[in-house]
Ligand binder design. Structure first.
Ligand SMILES: Nc1ncnc2c1ncn2[C@@H]1O[C@H](COP(=O)(O)OP(=O)(O)O)[C@@H](O)[C@H]1O
Ligand SMILES: O=C(CO)[C@@H](O)[C@H](O)COP(=O)(O)O
Length: 467
């Protein structure tokens, strides 16, 4: 297969809040067209809603594409019966009802180190295995009917190929199930069956740029991957780059040459979409911390950013611990947000500043853990995701992180990474095409260590609060 200068490829990002589709030129990744539409709210979703949204955004783009690939939110449990119908709405990565199941499985699998050695990560409620165990314990009749379990990107990829062949996944997304071994590059069907209580079919793990199907419009279907793996591909992460993403989730990740197995559970030992690894720290509360604070202050994102930038560093002593909907890092599934330091002098600008600083401190903790566990030497921090559009986030991030931060051009990097994988599959080459990205903006600021110190005190003081 060879690409021509006219070939277009379609990259999909089916993430928590929306689906985005980018039509780009296979030769250089330049944008031709794009569409987006919202996903339903909530931490459980009928997977048919994703298929309808996918069909809507691709309707007039797919006929123009020579290849397509999907990057999607990781971990979601799509449990299908013998008729390939979901037995239960898909439980998403940010649904914390399976927190106790995570604890049970870790114990049954020999404790934290043995679990991390087996599946690359210590289980928390996000992982698919824990959701299957929850289904077994709380919905036993539905659990018994499960014959196949897919991840969101597996389902969408299968749908694009008209379900002509058996479904596939890739090692990046498979590594977020809790029943795949990144070190051995293989499923652990024994652990999968153990989680659900009986055996079920697992999707075949496709090679990084394999063609796994063909759409009704004739486009090649590439394997797709998890959204964080697709973002790494879209950003073309280099050694030393730490990607910090502010989407629904907050993520710090880096491409690595070796698997990791962190028994603390803070660093997930994922695979990437190219054959390497993607150690990653994920928080449950990121862009929505800004959304919620803007709503409380009766303003929009621009208003929130202006208010935050008008307040002093440290927000006049106000500190926000942003664990609004339970937290994964640190592992506090029952937590809520905590606001400390209110006085009669507190104004809207202090709350806005505390929200941006609290969000950035939680991400700085994530970067610290990534560095401590992997020994990575940080070269650049690359800030992406919807929250990285905020001017306040851009200007305050270098102060909180204590180092320069680069913000690449305003592209959808998950969808771009999926498009790059599609172009790779189309080319049949050994490596992904080298697309050049626009020059990033660099932000610098005087470090504000006192902001992180106040945050760390509040974080540690609330360690044993359950809500
Ligand atoms: N200018 C902005 N400032 C702050 N947050 C923003 C801005 N623009 C978008 N967002 C927020 O970013 C989030 C969407 O980001 P995105 O990376 O697409 O998330 P996801 O991939 O999880 O669906 C939403 O919560 C949205 O409100
Ligand atoms: O659970 C994780 C990573 O382990 C999340 O990063 C999800 O993959 C969802 O991502 P967004 O919708 O926030 O992009």
């Amino acid at each position: 297969m060879t690409t021509t200068s006219d070939d277009l490829v379609l990259g999909i990002d089916s993430s928590t809040q929306s689906v985005k589709a980018l039509l780009v030129r296979a030769a250089d990744g330049s944008l031709v067209d794009e569409r987006t539409t919202a996903h339903p709210d909530g931490t459980e979703v009928d997977p048919r809603a994703w298929l309808e949204a996918l069909d809507a955004v691709t309707a007039d783009l797919l006929p123009r594409a020579a290849a397509v690939a999907v990057g999607a939110q990781q971990h979601g449990m799509v449990a299908l019966d013998a008729t390939e119908t979901a037995v239960h709405p898909a439980l998403l990565w940010n649904d914390v009802r399976s927190a106790d199941a995570a604890g049970q499985l870790i114990q049954e699998w020999g404790g934290p180190q043995a679990t991390a050695d087996a599946v690359g990560s210590l289980l928390v409620a996000s992982f698919t295995a824990t959701k299957l165990r929850w289904l077994r314990d709380f919905e036993p009749e539905r659990a018994e009917r499960v014959r196949r379990v897919l991840l969101p990107h597996d389902l969408l990829t299968w749908h694009l190929g008209g379900r002509a062949d058996d479904p596939t996944t890739d090692r990046g997304d498979a590594s977020g199930t809790g029943y795949f071994s990144p070190a051995d590059d293989a499923w652990r069907p024994d652990l999968a069956a153990d989680a659900l209580g009986h055996e079920f079919a697992l999707p075949r793990v496709a090679a990084p740029a394999e063609v796994v199907g063909r759409t009704s419009t004739g486009a090649l279907v590439a394997p797709g991957t998890g959204d964080n793996m697709a973002a790494a591909l879209g950003l073309g992460l280099r050694p030393g780059d730490v990607a910090v993403s502010i989407g629904t989730s907050g993520v710090a990740s880096a491409v690595a040459g070796a698997a990791c197995a962190d028994p603390s559970g803070e660093v997930a030992g994922f695979c990437d979409a190219t054959g390497a690894f993607l150690p990653l720290v994920c928080t449950l509360n990121a862009a929505r911390v800004l959304d919620t604070t803007a709503r409380l202050l009766g303003t929009d994102h621009e208003g929130l950013a202006s208010l935050a930038l008008s307040a002093p560093a440290g927000a006049g002593g106000l500190t926000l611990l942003p664990y609004l909907d339970g937290e994964r890092t640190p592992n506090r599934p029952d937590a809520h947000g905590t606001l400390h330091g209110l006085t009669t002098a507190t104004g809207p600008e202090h709350l806005a500043r505390a929200a941006v600083e609290g969000l950035l401190c939680s991400l700085a903790d994530a970067v610290d853990r990534l560095v401590e566990v992997t020994g990575l030497e940080v070269g650049r921090i690359v800030l992406v995701g919807g929250g990285a559009r905020s001017q306040a986030v851009r200007e305050l991030a270098p102060a909180v992180f204590g180092r320069s931060v680069v913000v690449p051009g305003d592209a959808q990097y998950v969808a771009l990474g999926a498009a790059r994988q599609a172009a790779w599959a189309l080319s049949g080459a050994d490596t992904a095409p080298a697309w050049s990205l626009p020059d990033p903006l660099t932000f610098d600021a005087e470090p504000t260590p006192h902001v992180r110190e106040a945050y760390a005190r509040l974080r540690d003081r609330t360690d044993d609060w359950s809500s």
